[in-house]
Design a protein around this ligand. Structure first.
Ligand code: SF4
Length: 460
């Protein structure tokens, strides 16, 4: 998962706007952040490991002057977690220089890397993003045609923002698996992964970039073309609705917080339970827990307090502290003692966190711990930009609900049905990818993909 943003606004401080927009997209990736600006066609990029606020300072932003900018925050799916793979990437080619930011995951990277090597194009990184940049940078046709020709060669999920020749370009794969919306800042076009970034910038939502669509922004404004044919209205990732998208974002016109509350309400109807308290697993389980409590009449209680400062680079505790493992992240309130509690989360992937939370609540004195999950069981891996797990690591793959319940140690366990989930989105099922829940992928997928498959063995 990653966040991308693009803006063309010659009269404004585009790097500062990109910085604040990126701030709103930080939940989509915390490993690295970067901004590239185009000044009269000349490209400058600054990217580094860390959060947006760690990478940029006032001085650094002042050094990024231009009439257009793209920005990116990264959560890796292909390629390792190191500086070379931070984005936006800048690629010099025989036809042009491009700066590019990517959200998604390509499925034919190996084939395209081989082809580029054969043409003598040097690749410096291990990410699939460089392949896309290299194809555009080394295509002698006009920019729009070079981008459309590149789209036709790519397989998998890609939402891209790109700067080249003084133009801002945005495009999505034919399934539209990852989101991209167009906004207007008093007439200046803005492209964002999620509408919450438009709200922060004070920009108005215009529309979503359609699956397979290519938009180009230059001094004549924004124009659009169908870069590659779309597949039946597309296959937006349903996990953008369940978990990834920020609750205040709108996807396909639906506010995600409301959709998640409806998932909880639906779940309470499908899997009722007698209990004293409904607790969310914060923060992602909170809207569904509100819905569950509202529909069941069982009081909602915060119950679990989350430490919000535990990042992905968290230093592992020593053995003595590890005994308390999960308490670095969550701590229960004493009022669960003697109560029958319902714990609501948005999904269970490997199950280890859920198992630890259940054990912790029993230790705190809860008499029953009922787990309710506001999505169906995840049974198959994602190949489209979500670093979930292999099939063997997914707790629900090959196990019945009762077997998963026993593995996490809960009093009872129930998942939201696929139909219930779909109803909560208020959008038709053929508009979504639901492959990790159904094993029906919208594109052909390889038998096995490893995240670090292009890394030298020593760095894996
Ligand atoms: Fe989203 Fe699952 Fe499809 Fe991946 S496989 S894009 S996580 S719905």
């Amino acid at each position: 998962m990653c966040g991308v943003l693009g803006i063309r606004a010659p009269e404004r401080d585009v790097a500062r706007l990109a910085y604040f927009g990126l701030f709103a997209l930080q939940h989509r990736g915390q490993e690295s952040a970067g901004i590239a600006v185009s000044d009269d066609g000349h490209l400058t990029a600054l990217r580094d490991m860390g959060l947006v606020t760690q990478v940029f300072s006032e001085d650094k932003l002042r050094g990024l002057q231009g009439d257009a900018a793209i920005a990116h925050c990264r959560y890796s799916t292909t390629g390792g977690v190191h500086w070379q793979n931070a984005q936006p990437l800048v690629q010099h080619g025989t036809a042009r220089t491009v700066a590019l930011g990517h959200n998604g995951n390509l499925l034919n990277t190996a084939e395209l890397r081989g082809e580029l090597h054969g043409r003598g194009v040097k690749l410096r990184t291990t990410s699939d993003t460089e392949v896309i940049a290299a194809l555009v940078a080394n295509d002698e046709r006009p920019l729009d045609e070079a981008v459309a020709a590149t789209m036709a060669r790519l397989e998998g999920a890609y939402t891209i923002v790109l700067l080249a020749e003084g133009k801002l370009v945005g495009f999505r794969d034919p399934e539209g698996i990852r989101p991209l919306s167009i906004g207007s800042l008093d007439g200046d076009p803005v492209l964002v992964s999620e509408t919450c970034a438009l709200d922060l910038l004070g920009a108005d939502f215009v529309r979503d970039v359609e699956p397979g669509e290519l938009v180009v922004v230059d001094e004549d404004g924004l124009r659009s073309a169908q870069g590659v044919p779309a597949h039946d209205g597309g296959s937006l990732c349903i996990f953008e609705f369940i978990y990834f998208g920020r609750p205040d974002s709108k996807l396909r016109g639906v506010e995600l917080h409301g959709a998640r509350v409806r998932m909880g309400e639906q779940l309470a109807g499908e899997a009722p339970v007698e209990a004293d308290l409904v607790l969310p697993i914060p923060d992602s389980g909170t809207p569904a827990a509100i819905g569950f409590a509202r529909a069941s009449g069982i009081p909602f209680n915060e119950g679990l307090i989350k430490n919000r400062y535990v990042g992905r680079t968290f230093i592992q505790p020593d053995q003595a502290l590890r005994e308390h493992g999960i308490k670095t992240k969550f701590n229960p309130l004493a009022e669960v003692a003697g109560k029958r509690v319902v714990v609501v989360d948005d999904s269970i992937v490997r199950g280890s966190t859920t198992r630890q939370i259940v054990a912790m609540l029993f230790e705190e004195g809860a008499t029953e711990v009922h787990v309710r999950v506001s999505s169906p069981p995840i049974v198959s891996p994602c190949y489209y930009g979500i670093d979930m797990a292999t099939e063997a690591e997914l707790i629900a793959s090959g196990r019945s609900v009762e077997e998963v319940r026993a593995a996490i140690g809960a009093t009872s366990l129930a998942y939201l049905s696929l139909d219930g989930l779909q109803a909560a989105t208020r959008r038709p099922e053929d508009a979504f990818c639901r492959a990790c829940l159904t094993r029906r992928y919208p594109t052909p997928v390889p038998l096995r993909l490893e995240k670090n498959r292009f890394e030298p063995a020593a760095t894996r």
